[in-house]
Ligand binder design. Sequence first.
Ligand code: SF4
Length: 366
Amino acid sequence: MTPAAAAEPGRPFVIPVFIPYAGCPHRCVFCNQTEITQAECGAGPSAAVRDGIEAFLKHKGPGRSTVQIAFYGGNFLGQAPDEICRLLDVAEGFVRSGDVDGIRFSTRPDTVTPDRLDLLAPVSVDTVELGVQSMDDGVLAASRRGHTAGEARSAVRRLKSRGLSVGLQLMVGLPGDSPETSLRTTLTAADLAPDFVRIYPTLVLKESRLALWHRQGRYTPLSLEAAVDLVSRMYGVFMGRGIPVVRMGLQASSGLDDPETVVAGPYHPAFGHLVLSELFLKCAAGLLAERRQAAAPSTAAIEVHPRNISRMRGLGNKNVEILKAMFHIDKLKIIPNPAVSTTAVRVERTDGIFGGAHGGCGLYER
Ligand code: SF4
């Protein structure tokens, strides 16, 4: 999967069913599902869940081959068995009718027990997303998650042994976290060989415990710049290991765009775009630095796959301006070239200053 695959036709059409706080043993310090999902607590009656799915199905566009119902916003396997079966039964009805291909949900690692997994056997669950957040026990304890990294490891093993696809949700900037622990988490999580990951910067959401700690001076969030830099390094590691990163940053919503909702922290509605732009900037800067043979003002050209033009340019052309200033370039062209890999940047010689033929670099560490 390329970095842009999440935006390509052919990816699953996911119908979200929000179950805010359902099955949660407590409220985690950073969580405010009401603001994130804009939904009330729990899933609601079966008829309402069914109506919601039917309404969402009408938005399915062409080119979406796979359709999945996703239970998000709570701790799915932490619910009572009757409630788990009730929701799965509603979703399975759409699978039986041929409107939907599969079911997915998010859950905490400590709920992935053999008896809960047995409940999934008769239905079409194919993907489980684990709210791992960190693989550092100190960070998990400081964030009062109530589970350990060892439980995340066991959960991945159990899910895989049942043939389920596993996604890991990770967070950066948690209480007790640092870039070093986040990068260690990245390597440990990558060793678990998940099918995909999501990475979220920790935000201080109103009415969360983190908001109280922030007010008391006990918690300082990452700056947007630091979060983008850190997540770009994590993204590079996962993609270099062939593990798709399907989302970076929370989905923009009217709730999150309300300035009262995000009290502090690195929120940006296009966070994932910022991360990819940062990767392209670092890659191009590395190539230009390697190839610079004189300090005289010059012209240069950078070639990227057409899909990556806006990422190479950066938001508001920021990357172009940074590179021009860094390398004293008067004119810097960004050229679409379908022959360049979607995961590479190529610097073109235009006036002899950048000697040699094409210089190319891959975006990911291996
Ligand atoms: S982070 Fe997950 S487990 Fe914690 S309160 Fe929110 S939904 Fe529940």
